[in-house]
Design a protein around this ligand. Structure first.
Ligand SMILES: [Zn+2]
Length: 481
């Protein structure tokens, strides 16, 4: 069946078998950072999840133990979570194109049988893509928070970033994830037919995954161990540090190839044919990671994975340490002009979205514009290809639009992607390439594993520019009327 074998990376991992250890949460405040009041604090947040996939019913059974601390600076009486599978409950609201439902429309959802906060069962209400959890009593500032959840996720028969074709399970944003609270309030997800409606803090993940042994899996982070159970199933233990999110692929009859490129093990997963193109993409991925690392700052994870999946509606989807590309990439001649660009764009998200997070609902231009511009710089500097100049929007546009203020996917792409890249091309014209790289290095250094806002970025630009930038910034962020 051409199954892959995941290397057991740590023999001492047997201790993980029942209780997956988490890093010790320090009671001491970290040094003051530019985003100290953002909740949850990445270094104080851990998810322990136990997952069991029932492939006969396309159901994922999960328990979550989430540990964090009230770092909001305020007393909290509610917590909000994203439950992305609930976006797939009806055919008129699903973000997936209807043709991706290869077996006709069928539902996806995330349901809870129990939620406890600090040991007490609590009330919870489903509100669109989010879940509101009312705590039994107020949580004081600096108080530790432990959330226990028992849930199950229905996986639709759907070729999408959340869905399955019965041999491959694409599990992006499948689990309940704690939303972010900042000085602007809760950054809650909502359903949107375009864009990535997410805003999460980085966290530590320790995940136990139980799947039938005929299947294999790829996940964010590293596989610590694999244990054969007596019932024909395997249990994997997976650990991910400083992960913006945890993504998972469970698949049948896939092949793995890998190569170490300057300290990063790049791995490609694909349906058993097509090895030649996968090999090329593997090599190119290493080259792209290298380029970005040399320009912006190092890639911090030991592994980077590319998985080819049945997915319609977009070319690729980024997660921490892992990207999904649609399997059509493996066909000769697929998007010949654009395939390198798409790969470079998705990999750039490891820096702009993964390492430096942003609210992709309120400020989607931040990660998408930078991912586009970074990809073009790679094509120009490494592959010697001509790139657009951003001249189409040289007079600026309003980049400050939220996802919900855009009325079509065209407007979204024009603003966040084309407008976003034009902002950076224009900035290069104003300041020169070297200064722009200085800005980005500082942006990465200051906001690594945190969440940055447009204001944070503009502050860095003003600092590094050593010239008045107000006219330039005004062109892209006209005051709201
Ligand atoms: Zn993107």
């Amino acid at each position: 069946m051409g199954l892959i074998v995941i290397a057991v990376l740590c023999a001492s991992a047997i201790i993980y078998r029942e209780q997956v250890p988490v890093p010790i949460v320090s009671a001491l405040s970290p040094q003051v950072s530019p985003v100290a009041s953002v909740f949850p604090a990445p270094e104080k947040t851990s998810y322990q999840m136990k997952l069991r996939l029932d492939v006969a019913n396309n159901t994922l059974y999960g328990t979550t133990l989430l540990n964090t601390q009230n770092t909001s600076g305020k007393s909290m009486d509610e917590l909000w979570f994203t439950a992305y599978p609930n976006c797939f409950q009806s055919s008129d609201k699903t973000p997936a194109p209807l043709e991706a439902y290869y077996a006709g429309f069928n539902q996806g959802w995330l349901r809870f049988s129990l939620i406890k906060v600090n040991g007490q069962a609590v009330q919870f209400t489903e509100k669109g893509a989010s879940i509101q959890v009312k705590t039994a009593s107020a949580i004081a500032p600096e108080e530790n928070i432990q959330v226990e959840m028992t849930w199950r996720a229905q996986i639709p028969r759907l070729k999408y970033r959340y869905g399955s074709n019965n041999t491959v399970y694409m599990l992006g944003n499948f689990y309940p994830a704690l939303n972010v609270f900042s000085k602007d309030g809760w950054h809650n997800s909502y359903n949107s037919v375009f864009g990535d409606p997410f805003c999460f803090q980085s966290a530590y993940y320790a995940v136990s995954l139980n799947i039938p042994n005929a299947y294999n899996m790829v996940a964010t982070g590293r596989t610590v161990s694999k244990t054969a159970e007596d019932d024909g199933r395997d249990t994997y233990l997976i650990e991910a540090r400083d992960a913006r999110d945890f993504s998972l692929l469970v698949m049948y009859d896939y092949t793995e190839i890998k190569e170490e490129i300057k300290g990063v093990t790049v791995k490609c997963y694909f349906p058993s044919k097509h090895s030649e193109i996968a090999q090329q993409i593997l090599r190119k991925s290493g080259q792209i990671i290298n380029y970005y690392a040399s320009q912006f700052g190092s890639y911090p994870y030991g592994e980077f994975k590319v998985a080819f999946v049945p997915m319609q509606g977009f070319h690729g989807m980024e997660y921490s340490g892992l990207i999904f590309l649609r399997e059509e990439f493996l066909q000769t001649g697929y998007e010949p002009e654009r395939s390198d660009f798409i790969l470079a764009h998705e990999i750039a998200h490891q820096w702009w979205f993964g390492l430096v997070g942003n609210d992709q609902l309120r400020e989607p231009w931040l990660d998408e514009g930078l991912a586009n511009w970074s990809a073009y710089k790679y094509l120009q500097e490494v592959e010697g290809k001509p790139i657009p100049s951003g001249l189409e929007y040289k007079n600026g546009m309003n980049l400050g639009k939220e996802l919900r203020e855009m009325y079509s996917s065209q407007e979204y792409y024009r603003t966040a992607y084309n407008g976003g890249e034009a902002f950076w091309f224009g900035l290069e014209k104003e300041l020169g390439h070297e200064k722009v790289i200085k800005v980005l290095r500082r942006y990465l250094a200051d906001y690594k594993n945190k969440i940055a806002t447009t204001q944070d970025l503009m502050d860095i630009i003003k600092l590094e520019a050593h010239q008045d930038m107000s006219g330039y910034i005004y062109k892209w962020f006209p005051p709201k009327s």
